[in-house]
Write a protein that binds this ligand. Structure first.
Ligand code: B12
Length: 371
């Protein structure tokens, strides 16, 4: 295999609808490898056990694709305006159809070229997000952008609203020249994070990140993080919204996959709280929001309703106190405590709760409601 043709690959990427393409070594630098080890040892990954399980592959992309030499990193600009749902917010990446699908569909447009270049099926492998790869380290090495203090990859002109994916390839390529740019002395993201999840520049404690608690965490959201969640129903964009690079690019409207998913236009928070299995499967298929699972989204809705002081939610919240899911029960109790309603139901639920931790959690909500 000779050198991969950079300009042909770039042309294909742009034709497929990607905003950025870069080539770099299929290698994770030593500093990143060590940082990952430290991050996992500290438990900063929370309950995302797959990160720990896959740590060997994460630091060595050749375990993902044997013989991989090059990463062709791709980025999609998903910048778009805020579209609140009944006073709640949803991370922008999840407002449209599930981006994983459209990303992969766009990547398929590379296949004819790869085959033309003589690459066989076992000589390339694609990845988007849910893959054991440190996508940001690879993207940085492929010159997509610089590593920001928020831990994200930012392109100085295209901005921080970038989704990443990559093709690991056998074959060598001229590494792309990284664009200029850095965070400089700016600490806007660290200062704005309502839970202090960015513990140092470039280091995120996922356990504190609203994106983690609302998407990845199963069960109760820790009591200390419920108020700080504010009106975030799924994910959180604060560290990107406050970034000065954020204003440098406009919203994309030409990609139909980025158009708002119908569920986000038809549901309100009360409907989400009451959403049953049938509705979940019928209406929420094809959104990235499914990652939180139905119980998780209902739990998040309960917290947001509490934080918004929505008294009209009290009857549904009282009903949610009986739910089989502990995350939802504790969230409903929190919300009722916050709104100062449904005390009798809360008392009853507290007495009925068998798990001592959950009982203490419910009791705290009951006390909050009295004071
Ligand atoms: C797990 C995960 C999460 C977790 C943990 C996030 C995190 N920062 O690690 C949670 C659920 C919190 C999350 C949130 C979000 N995510 Co996410 N997530 C991932 C996933 C699946 C793995 C990331 C990972 O491996 N983390 C482990 C850490 C160790 O990896 P890392 O950040 O590369 O770590 C390096 C640095 O921290 C650095 N480092 C470590 N210690 C130190 C110390 C010092 C001093 C320094 C300087 C550096 C340093 O070295 C580490 C190793 O390379 C990737 C997809 C993928 N496969 O890569 C998407 C991904 C990172 N997420 C993405 C997005 C869009 C988000 C959100 C914006 C979504 C949202 N709006 O809610 C938020 C952003 C929150 C944030 N500030 O990071 C995008 C980021 C795109 C970009 N432009 O950078 C990715 C790449 C998905 C994609 N395919 O587009 N995510």
């Amino acid at each position: 295999m000779t050198k991969l043709p950079t300009s042909l690959l770039r042309e294909t990427a742009l034709e497929a609808g990607f905003d950025l393409m870069g080539l770099g070594p299929a290698r994770v630098p030593l500093q990143a490898r060590q940082s990952l080890e430290k991050w996992i040892e500290n438990g900063s990954h929370g309950e995302m056990a797959w990160l720990q399980r896959n740590r060997q592959v994460l630091v060595d992309p050749r375990l993902f694709l044997p013989g991989a030499q090059t990463v062709l990193s791709l980025a999609l600009n998903y910048g778009r305006p805020r579209e609140p749902l009944d006073g709640a917010q949803i991370a922008r990446y999840a407002q449209g159809r599930d981006y994983h699908r459209s990303f992969k569909a766009k990547m398929k447009k590379f296949l004819p070229l790869l085959h033309k270049l003589g690459l066989k099926r076992e000589e390339y492998r694609a990845g988007v997000d849910a893959v054991p790869l440190l996508e940001r380290s690879l993207a940085e090495g492929a010159g997509i952008g610089f590593r920001a203090k928020s831990t994200g990859i930012i392109h100085p002109y295209v901005g921080p609203w970038l989704l990443l994916g990559e093709l690991l390839l056998r074959g060598e390529a001229e590494p792309s020249i990284p664009p200029p740019g850095s965070c400089g002395t700016c600490t806007a993201c660290l200062d704005a994070c309502p839970t202090g999840a960015l513990t140092q520049p470039g280091v995120l404690d996922a356990r504190l990140c609203i994106s983690y608690t609302t998407i990845e965490l199963r069960g109760p959201i820790p009591p200390s993080l419920r108020e700080a969640q504010g009106n975030w129903l799924f994910g959180c964009d604060i560290c990107i919204e406050v970034c000065p690079y954020s204003s440098r690019q406009g919203a994309r409207t030409d990609d139909p996959d980025l158009h708002t998913h119908p569920a986000l236009e038809t549901y309100d928070l009360l409907m989400i709280l009451a959403c049953d299995e049938e509705q979940w499967n019928r209406d929420w298929t094809g959104t990235a929001i499914r990652r939180a699972r139905r119980e998780g989204l209902r739990r998040n809705a309960a917290i947001v309703l509490g934080n918004l002081g929505r008294e009209d939610a009290a009857p549904l919240l009282e009903r949610a106190l009986q739910d089989a899911d502990a995350g939802l029960r504790t969230a409903a109790a929190y919300a009722l405590g916050k709104i100062g309603m449904g005390r009798k139901a809360l008392e009853k639920a507290t007495q009925k709760e068998e798990d001592p931790h959950l009982r203490a959690d419910l009791l705290a909500s009951l006390e909050a409601s009295i004071h």
